[in-house]
Write a protein that binds this ligand. Structure first.
Ligand code: UDP
Length: 246
């Protein structure tokens, strides 16, 4: 049994959800949603719903795990059991361990860990509802949550995927495009365009790959603007608070 659509792109060049081939899904970003975390972010992207909490920098225990010259970054990507159609068995899986590892690596070049020897920075990314692109959605949310926690970074990280359906490259895959498409290329990059995560499923020609990277770059540029806007809105509000009397 398969619910694979016959066509992914109609005669007007629109996708099944009505988007243009280079259009990303709607994104909403809320910052500082968890009072006990040092930084947090709730992000909706299409039908994805992601919550990220950041703790730290704080002293790492047990001490034998501490690094003498820098902070350790830990990143846990987790899908809630109810986040997908077929219940996910709680606990780490091969997939979640892999995503946690590559997502941590996506932040290592930007977080200024050398400022906090012996410390740890923990990022918990919880997928509450999944609809393709959860690793990139979680990275976008984590980037904002890290900034909310005041973790010194060289810049924000933004992420999105390009895929191939009906032989055409499309930006920011939805579930059907992800499940039945011919390729999926999630990419994360710094605001200077340095790629910090690149994975690929399926196949593309060299020319398609080059074009896909350009599309990802444009998608990440748009996401970066939304991340910056959300941070500006949050911190503009904070500075508007009355200064307490001495
Ligand atoms: N998915 C699922 N069950 C799983 C893993 C994934 O239903 O155990 C769905 C979920 O909607 C996810 C999509 O398949 O977003 C694509 O998964 P993929 O592994 O490509 O990662 P993602 O695109 O979410 O980063």
């Amino acid at each position: 049994m398969s619910d694979k659509p016959e066509k992914f792109i109609d005669e007007n060049g629109l996708r099944l959800d009505g988007r243009q081939i280079n259009e990303i899904r709607q994104m909403k970003i809320k910052i500082g949603v968890l009072s006990r975390a040092d930084g947090s972010c709730y992000l909706e992207w299409g039908n994805n719903k992601i919550l990220v909490a950041v703790y730290g920098p704080r002293e790492l225990h047990p001490r034998r795990l501490q690094k003498a010259d820098s902070a350790l970054i830990r990143y846990r990507y987790n899908m809630a059991a109810f986040s997908v159609e077929e219940r996910i068995r709680p606990g780490p899986s091969r997939r979640s361990i892999e995503i946690s590892k590559v997502s941590r690596e996506a932040f290592e070049p930007v977080i200024m860990t050398h400022l906090y020897p012996g410390a740890v920075i923990d990022v918990f990314a919880e997928v509450l509802q999944a609809d393709a692109g959860t690793r990139t959605a979680a990275i976008n949310a984590a980037s904002v949550a890290l900034a909310d926690a005041g973790i010194p970074m060289k810049g924000l990280v933004s992420a999105c995927a390009v895929g191939k359906v009906d032989g055409q490259l499309v930006l920011d895959l939805n579930k059907a495009e992800d499940n039945y498409g011919q390729a999926d290329l999630p990419v994360a990059m710094t605001q200077d365009g340095e790629i910090t995560l690149l994975q690929m499923d399926g196949d593309m020609t060299q020319e398609e790959f080059r074009k896909a990277l350009e599309m990802c770059k444009e998608g990440c540029r748009q996401i970066l603007e939304m991340q910056k806007e959300a941070l500006k809105a949050k911190f503009a509000d904070d500075t508007a608070l009355p200064v307490p009397d001495e």
